[in-house]
Design a protein around this ligand. Structure first.
Ligand SMILES: [Zn+2]
Length: 91
């Protein structure tokens, strides 16, 4: 089941599942600092790309950042694929 979340760092909304059924891994887009004239990482940026352990197995996400808020009613607190992955890591 696809659920929609709002990133609490960049406030972007996204579905946790791609159209092909694979997991969508949110990464905050860079933010333009007009004073400095450069692109910078969002404060408390979220990055759901996988961190792998030495054996190449998923060990977590890069950064939870400021977290997420479920937009879909009754959705779990975070994308289901992350909970499933974390359960395997903790097992
Ligand atoms: Zn974000």
């Amino acid at each position: 089941m696809t659920n929609v979340y709002q990133c609490q760092a960049c406030f972007g909304t996204y579905a946790d599942t791609n159209p092909d059924g694979s997991a969508y891994m949110h990464q905050c887009a860079p933010v333009f600092d007009a004073k400095a004239g450069v692109w910078v990482s969002a404060q408390n940026a979220r990055n759901e790309l996988l961190v792998l352990d030495r054996r190449g197995r998923p060990a977590g996400i890069v950064s939870a950042g400021a977290g997420v808020q479920a937009v879909t009613p009754n959705a779990p607190a975070q994308p289901g694929w992350i909970t499933t992955m974390q359960a395997k890591v903790d097992a």
